[in-house]
Design a protein around this ligand. Sequence first.
Ligand SMILES: [Zn+2]
Length: 352
Amino acid sequence: MKILLLLLTLAAASELYQRTEHYDDQIVVKCELKESFTERLGTLLEKDFVDLWGVDEEKRLHIRLGNQLWSELQSTLPECSVVIENVEEYVSKAEKKPFDKSNPEPSWFEAYHPYDDIVAWYQTLGKNYSGLVKYVESIGMSVEGRNIPAVHITNILADPINTVYFQCQLHAREWISAAVCMNIATYLCENYGKDEQVTKLLDSLQFVFVPIANPDGYEYTWTVDRLWRKNRRVNPGSSCMGVDLNRNYNDHWDEGGSSGSPCSQVYHGSFPASEPETQTTQAYFGAQNGVIAAVDWHAYSQLILRPYGYTMKPSPNEEQLSAIGANMSQAIYSVHGYTYTSMAASGLYLYS
Ligand SMILES: [Zn+2]
């Protein structure tokens, strides 16, 4: 009987995470980032269901759209060509079996994990490294009422005043983002007292992680639509849900690269910081002492993007920022030989 119950439980768990949205009528095109194209990109992204994915190594922008729309637009987009002919096939191929909790191998980092499991994982990290980790269950609620947690990692006894801020999983479908934060958190905890550099870092500053900044959107990518990007706001007067949280911050809101249409993937919301997730992360970031560095982790592109995004004007800290970007790029290359290009965010296209 026990075996039967266990089987039933496992079956229920995998059914829970069976997406219902399918993408057979959709393709992905790659577009050369020529000026002629970036000038028209804003108008293109205004269209409903045109979806920006990422930038490849040759600096071509990948965009998902419907077959039908592509046949209408193809002649007006000479900079673009098809790179994925059937998004459904591509997504199914990328999907792996859900993590089997009864079998801890392969390791945690060889699978992706839903919201509840990630939350539990950080709680366990807090228990295992109580001298280093402070787990904050909720810094605020999502629009559907889920907790947005935070995790502080430092030598708690040293109580340093400076902060490095990492934000993950703001865009729901970019699953590698949450995994990167967990990986960094693990590395810091496991190497404190063993690795000189890590020990020095945790004695002199705190790392603040917001590991799942968009919990509703993230959960929705497991249950319904793997390619969901926004939060799960019900937009009054529209059948389309969600606000692009990364276009909702109150800094230069609606100054480019976003849309006022609720159906757009880059819908900026009805006013600056209209979303609880945006308000929460803005307030938590602002409440930290001495923030000396901040990274918002996204996917996919091999890019290190620095300010500004809303204007071509260089940041007053351009010299420092470009030096840091070059160091980051070099550090990444030295580990696995992957080239990450460091550039001002506005070098791709303007957005805020
Ligand atoms: Zn993103």
